[in-house]
Write a protein that binds this ligand. Structure first.
Ligand code: AMP
Ligand code: MG
Length: 520
């Protein structure tokens, strides 16, 4: 296995003097050295050929023992520097203190054509940050993370990548719905890849401990390595101005990410501040989900069922709340809150502008007015209407004829048409008018809309079908789904019946399809 490591993270930042997984509070350090726990019988479930290519392992056999031993954490390569990082976070709105990489172990950074990329194993055993848990992950949640990371990437949405999914050969005890029914489940390990796994919570932890010099040093490191545009633009400015520019850039990246999630109907499910990436990637796929019928109040996370804090429609607002917590953490470096507050206001404006432009692109319009879009969303929510199918079908006919067909194709109950017909007919007239005024030319319309409206998204029930098979040792569905999700904007007629349809009725209430908890 030929990987060239250049561990700038561990080389540049202070380590916890203690190594190993003894649980502890870790002050004045960014990370603790800890090795993955070897497993007895690693077996490849799936790999991403593109991610392998990305890390320079395009010609390696992922089924080989050489591969599975390394990417299950059973064998370390020379120059790896395994470590878990220290972060805190607000969980469901409350400050939770030190959390950290409880079941993620960074192996080190490798040199690639895209710069240094960190390899990280998730589920490879205990770390100082595992608290009362085991540091392990089960097959069902690992498979969901693996598939969704790659699906997101192919949708063109910033995300951590997934290189491989390996069964550990060991069982893990989990109480899937937190209802007192713990069971043994197959364990698994995902290898994730990203330029940086730093979260908002890393900054928050340093600020909470009032380790201001280390916070300044860490922030400078993140700017230099992950925000070269900020580093360059502020070369002759003060540290304080650099931190403000950095915060502004994080706000911008986060706004862009939220617009993407809203575009494709993705619900993260656990937008705690420790699950927001500082570089604006989607990170930590847990009880996430995709809207089938358009319902802004939907969340897949049963752990959040009463509050619905992380429901689809609230994600941009929560992102801003999380950014405010990040701003609070950075304020000691800036010494005044005004400029950071300005960035938060800019986030709101930028998000709204980008969101409206995105919605216009979904409709095949050069621009859209807010009333047209908000009335569309009201209509979509007024009867069970499949979001992906509606937008995709809208491109199949010219604007003045398209709406009725799209709604009918997307309704879960055909008989609902009568109840919503009038409001849709009214909206259709306005849409036709808007299309005359600012619609894309006929020859561009469909291609442009299709490039913004995926035909294939990783609906929860599809992932669950792959999990059912994988738990029986059949990985065919997993690799087929991965293949479908490689070209989410293409028609792929051979896959249409199986993968582009509405959620079937049986999936409406099945665990794993509509109900997911944080247990993973
Ligand atoms: P999450 O909600 O998955 O983002 O996790 C929140 C915190 O719990 C993070 O610090 C995780 O590392 C930790 N955690 C989650 N599951 C486990 C586990 N099985 N073992 C150890 N730590 C865990
Ligand atoms: Mg997490």
């Amino acid at each position: 296995m030929k990987l060239t490591f250049d561990n700038q993270f561990t080389r540049s930042l202070p380590a916890d003097p203690e190594s190993g997984s003894r649980r502890r509070q870790v002050a004045n350090a960014i990370y603790s050295r800890v090795n993955p726990t070897p497993v007895t019988a690693p077996e490849l479930v799936a790999h991403s050929a593109e991610a392998l290519e990305l890390v320079g392992l395009g010609d390696v056999d992922a089924n080989s023992e050489a591969f599975t031993s390394v990417f299950s954490g059973s064998k370390l390569l020379a120059d790896m520097d395994p470590h878990a990082t220290c972060y805190g976070g607000h969980q469901f709105g409350n400050w939770a203190g030190q959390l950290g990489d409880g079941r993620a172990i960074n192996l080190g950074e490798i040199e690639t054509a895209q710069g240094l990329l960190m390899l990280q194993l998730k589920g490879a055993g205990a770390t100082p940050y595992s608290r009362t848990a085991d540091g392990l992950a089960v097959l069902r949640s690992s498979l969901r993370e693996f598939l969704c990371s790659e699906a997101m990437f192919h949708l063109g949405i910033p995300t951590t990548r997934a290189l491989s999914l390996i069964r550990s050969g060991e069982d893990v005890m989990r109480d899937m719905l937190y209802d007192g029914n713990a069971q043994l489940e197959p364990g698994a390990i995902v290898c994730r890849v990203s330029p940086s796994f730093v979260r908002f919570g890393h900054f928050q932890m340093l600020a909470a401990r009032q380790e201001t010099p280390l916070l300044a040093r860490f922030t400078a490191f993140v700017i230099d390595t992950q925000f070269p545009e900020v580093a360059n633009a502020t070369r002759n400015q003060s540290d304080k101005e650099r931190v403000i520019a950095f915060f502004r850039a994080v706000c911008q990246r986060t706004a862009t990410l939220m617009v993407h999630w809203m575009r494709v109907g993705f619900v993260h499910g656990v937008m705690n501040t420790d699950n927001l990436s500082i570089i604006g990637e989607t990170i930590d796929y847990g009880p996430y989900g995709w809207l089938d019928d358009f319902d802004p109040n939907w969340t897949p996370n049963t752990t959040d069922a009463s509050q619905r804090r992380y429901r689809y429609g609230q994600q941009p607002g929560i992102a801003q709340w999380n950014l405010m917590q990040l701003g609070n953490a950075l304020v000691s470096l800036v010494e005044e809150s005004g400029p950071l507050e300005d960035c938060l206001s800019e986030f709101a404006t930028l998000y709204s502008e980008q969101w409206l432009a995105m919605m216009a692109s979904k409709l095949g319009l050069a621009r859209a007015d807010e009333a047209l879009v908000s009335d569309l969303l009201t209509n979509l929510a007024s009867a069970e209407t499949d979001m992906s199918i509606f937008f995709r079908t809208l491109a199949d006919a010219p604007p003045h004829l398209a709406v009725e067909g799209a709604v009918k194709a997307a309704l879960y109950n055909e008989s609902d048409w009568r109840a919503v017909e009038e409001q849709w007919q009214q909206w259709a007239q306005r849409y036709a008018l808007a299309s005359t005024e600012s619609g894309l030319p006929g020859d561009q319309r469909k291609a442009s809309m299709n490039a913004n409206n995926p035909k294939y998204v990783l609906r929860n029930y599809l992932a669950q079908l792959a999990i059912d098979d994988a738990e029986r040792g059949d990985y065919g569905k997993t690799s087929e789904l991965l293949d479908v999700m490689r070209r989410p904007y293409d028609d792929q007629p051979q896959y249409e019946a199986e993968y582009a349809g509405k959620r079937p009725d049986w999936a409406r209430s099945r665990v794993g399809c509509s109900q997911l908890s944080c247990s993973s």
